[in-house]
Design a protein around this ligand. Structure first.
Ligand code: ZN
Length: 165
């Protein structure tokens, strides 16, 4: 079942999510709902904060592969970085440039609690860093420069006004 996505201004997006301790039926349902929500919105990633749940769970999709990572931890980040425009389902219509390492290793657990390790580069590396940021209450607006942030905030206010009218 697809869930409602929380948008910029909702305090849940600025809050750090708590580690998952029980790998139960409700966790399984949450991950299935998050995958459905990501697919419905044609997103490439989603963190639990974005559906109003403060649990350290993320989902991601690159080409035909889907990923579910519980309690993800960045264990390695490449020194090489790349700046590229990023969007966010919680800030629809807005893109800002974000500089990130081009490759990362993420450890965590799968939905049944088994350990997993993902070595990611390029797009997947960027998505995983973006979603782990969400779990720490960090948004792309916190990762861009002052000028881009101001421009994005102006666009966002226009987006909200357009929705109201
Ligand atoms: Zn996002």
């Amino acid at each position: 079942m697809a869930l409602d996505i929380r948008t910029f201004g909702d305090p849940v997006l600025k809050t750090r999510a708590a580690p998952v301790e029980s790998f139960d039926e409700s966790l399984l349902r949450l991950t299935e709902d998050m995958l459905a929500t990501m697919r419905d919105n044609e997103g490439v990633g989603l963190a639990a904060n974005q559906v109003g749940r403060l649990k350290r769970v993320l989902v991601a999709a690159v080409e035909d592969d889907e990923y579910v990572i519980v309690n993800p931890v960045l264990t390695y980040s490449a020194e090489t970085t790349e700046t590229a425009p990023e969007g966010c389902l919680s800030i629809p219509g807005i893109q800002v440039d974000v500089e990130r390492p081009t490759a990362v290793t993420v450890s965590g657990q799968d939905v049944s609690g088994e350990p997993l390790l993902i070595e990611a580069s390029d797009l997947l590396a960027r998505i995983l860093q973006h979603e782990i940021d969400h779990l720490d209450g960090v948004l792309i607006l916190d990762r861009t420069d002052r000028q881009s942030r101001k421009a994005a905030m102006r666009e966002w206010r226009e987006h909200l006004l357009a929705q109201q009218s």
